[in-house]
Design a protein around this ligand. Structure first.
Ligand SMILES: [Zn+2]
Length: 440
């Protein structure tokens, strides 16, 4: 029998980011109590270290001593709020004051952005490009469903972490010591954008993949297009299109958005057909909606094909199923039989965090990563709910792994955490989060 040395978390107190390469077997062997002792001490050290480097965090810490945090709840005042990464003055964008946008962003990174030249900068795309070219900071903006984009400045170290955490979480698929893994990576998101997805694709191609990432959408989707898409969608729902088109950003992108939307169904059909026709038997990573993963399953069933892909293939799915679709009770078995893999994974995360905060287990529960501290907060008072029993409230997380951003955030999501329940999957090194997560 192979005896494995138990992971000594003390070795990671000052460099928790190395935990992203630890295997599931090693992480599974950890005791809950040891994980919590590690998390609290690593959080104190990270707070002390990053408050010296990140101005927004220094402001939150003020004169307080990180070593005085005696419990997890004591860390909550130092987490960013849901709106912090979009707290810039909206007139900066309207008036093209991109130097002021940069000064605002400078508060949220350990990098010094003061020498980035913004003279003549015309729009958000150009702002992102200049920060990337001149300071090697890659902006990751949000989807803007709230109507305002958030901007997270990612350094090279954090970008490496984003891709390493994905590769590290899938050791059967990616040998992290191998730069040329023969894996075909399919994603439904646009290949090029100033978003966390591009960080992932560039990083995978640069560090781990032999083959290029394949997306139905090869052309660049700008931050302006993202804003316009979100505003046009809302306007269509509220029947206010005419008014919406008066917005200069929307007006300048309306044609591109129209083309993108019209072409999308056929592009996705071709993308699916390509996977079906050309990648049977291969190791693939599929990142797309559950609906499309299920569509593939059914197509294979119709043509009598089983075990379509190599068993180490992974299906990272999001978005649930279309309204009105009822899945059979044994969908997992059907999926496995058709696809040849049982690795269908979902995760809870957000662009403010470099790694996923929690990943789904076969029993249908999210387990938090060892390097992510979860919190449940009463949204009315902002106070922590007890870390015991079952609690429903606003979710917050402190990620210990990021290097140049502070990874602590009170999210806009609400969910239910079981602090003391054992999971039937056998992984019991932390609390469980139910899959049903809603926007507050
Ligand atoms: Zn579980």
């Amino acid at each position: 029998m192979q005896i494995m040395k138990k992971l000594n978390l003390d070795e990671y107190l000052d460099s928790p980011k190395n935990l992203v390469f630890k295997s599931e077997v090693e992480l599974r062997s950890l005791e809950r109590e040891d994980v919590e002792i590690f998390q609290l001490e690593a959080a104190r050290r990270k707070l002390a270290r990053q408050a010296k480097r990140i101005p927004a965090l220094a402001k939150k810490l003020g004169e307080k001593d990180p070593a005085a945090c005696e419990s997890f709840d004591d860390l909550i005042p130092f987490l960013y709020s849901d709106g912090d990464y979009k707290s810039y003055d909206k007139s900066f964008l309207k008036n093209k004051q991109f130097d002021k946008m940069t000064a605002w962003l400078n508060e949220y990174t350990s990098y010094d952005l003061s020498s980035v030249e913004m003279t003549g900068c015309e729009n958000l795309s150009e702002w992102c490009e200049r920060l990337y070219k001149q300071a090697n900071i890659f902006i990751c903006h949000s989807s803007g469903t709230s109507g305002t984009l958030s901007f997270v400045p990612r350094s090279q170290a954090d970008r490496d972490l984003i891709v390493d955490s994905l590769a590290g979480a899938n050791p059967d698929l990616f040998d992290v010591n191998e730069r040329q893994n023969d894996v075909d990576f399919f994603t439904m998101s646009p290949r090029r954008s100033f978003r966390i997805t591009q960080v992932l694709y560039d990083g995978l191609e640069g560090k781990y993949l032999k083959n290029p990432v394949q997306s139905p959408f090869g052309s660049f989707v700008s931050p302006e297009m993202t804003i316009a898409m979100s505003k046009l969608r809302k306007a269509a729902e509220n029947d206010t299109l005419e008014e919406c088109l008066k917005d200069p950003v929307v007006a300048s992108c309306a044609a591109d958005v129209g083309r993108f939307t019209n072409e999308a169904p056929e592009r996705i059909r071709n993308w699916i057909a390509n996977i079906k026709n050309n990648y049977i038997g291969k190791s693939i990573y599929f990142m797309g909606t559950f609906d499309h993963a299920w569509e593939l399953t059914q197509t294979f069933q119709k043509s009598g094909l089983t075990g379509a892909f190599s068993p180490n293939s992974v299906f990272a799915v999001f978005g649930g199923v279309k309204k009105g679709t009822i899945l059979p009770g044994d969908w997992r078995q059907q999926f496995k039989a058709a696809m040849g893999t049982e690795k269908i994974v979902t995760a809870w995360g957000m662009s403010e965090l470099a790694a996923a905060a929690a990943s789904e287990c076969p029993e249908g529960m999210y387990h938090f990563n060892v390097y992510t501290i979860p919190f449940v907060i009463d949204p009315r008072t902002g106070k922590a709910l007890p870390r015991k029993g079952t609690q429903n409230g606003q979710l917050a997380a402190l990620e210990l792994v990021s290097e140049d951003c502070w990874g602590g955030i009170v999210t806009g999501d609400s969910g239910t955490v079981h602090w003391d329940k054992a999971c039937a999957c056998g992984l019991n090194n932390g609390p469980l989060l139910e899959l049903a997560i809603e926007r507050l």
